[in-house]
Design a protein around this ligand. Sequence first.
Ligand code: AMP
Ligand code: GLY
Length: 438
Amino acid sequence: MKVLVVGKGGREHALAWKIAQSFYVDKLFCFPGNAGIAKVAEIPDIGDDSVESLLNFALRESIDLTVVGPEDYLAKGIVDAFEAKGLRIFGVNKEAARLESSKAFAKEVMKAAKIPTAAYSTVTDFESGDKILKTSKYPVVLKADGLAAGKGVIICATYEEASSELSQMLGGKFKSAGAKVVIEEFLKGEELSLLLLTDGTNVKRLLFSQDHKALNDGDTGLNTGGMGAYTPVKSGTDELYEKVDRTVTQPLLNELKKRGINYRGILYIGLMVVDGEPFVLEYNVRFGDPETEPLMFMLISDIVPYFWAVSGKEGSQADKNGSLPLCTTLEALPELVWRSGYGMCVVLASGGYPEGYEKGKIILGLDSVDENCVVFHAGTKFDASGKIVTDGGRVLMVTSSGKNIAEAVENTYKNVERITFDKVYFRHDIAHREMERN
Ligand code: AMP
Ligand code: GLY
């Protein structure tokens, strides 16, 4: 079959890398793509990156399955647009994407479904917000309601800081995304990511993983999109999974069904585990980045049948096109199978990220990594002379594995040291919690 991956980051490179290995895939496209993705998929020339251009391309090429990476396409309704034309697409529809695109909506759903989460209030005017801040316990967490490229969450240590931040958010710091602000209780515990494939009723789990959101070693400094991740996580036990399934996943799916929301795609649950009890920090409606890189690296199962089963009902135009005898229900597929040991990735970023940084730096050493290492590209492109140069804040995700966490760390950092570009920056302590546990 012909598959199209939508997106251009490390997550999409990992997805494309995995999809390219599928038994079922003859032809793989990715758009907008990057210099690394170009090794595993064709980057077509389709003009701009609008939903309309992607849709026209998919129709013209008779794409059998489209897989969407980023949340902004989902929030814009790419799935609705493709399905309206009878195309099979993996990702949630616009209505379901609100679980990520509105934090106030997500909190309201959690409250209605009695899902454990931090206590909160939603405000739209400074006066009522400031009143809440005067009696809040500190630190307190302020969250811009809408999508703010991962920058909309601020942890404030004092009332003065929170009050000033609230005024800036409501005053347009994040444009319309900050017109509503969630004021939330600060939870102290261990953060874990759990990604699930779901058709709205049935669920297939991925392994627990752990991101490192802070910029610097020791989990200090500014919040970023994520500086590295590993999987599995020792504290992500089967017992914890059962608890999350009972107190978070099932109540959420039931609540969405009750509201007539058809949730098919990835459900990413961002958890804070406090004294063994899971609380939901956030939902994302797509694969996590950089969690997806080690997850795809460690996954043995062919992922395409899962995308196929989640992405549509039997009888859609794609099936009539006579694709393949693939299973159309998630329930009938086996649990995902994983390599043993640990997978991890370290993000190589441009100095200055997540604030200002330079682009266009030549990347050296990409071909010098071991066989058991894949360098997923996030922000790269070819320059005019065909050299691979930096083109973003997060540039590369160096990904490897080991039979235990110490070996995975050693294998990954050994390869990190072989790659360089001007002002390269990375954390030296990815997976430190797992190392301490062992
Ligand atoms: P979010 O975009 O909602 O995932 O928030 C970004 C980061 O802020 C999370 O990964 C956590 O590290 C932190 N965070 C968000 N909400 C809370 C909370 N209620 N308590 C403590 N930390 C939080
Ligand atoms: N790694 C965090 C996220 O994808 O939102």
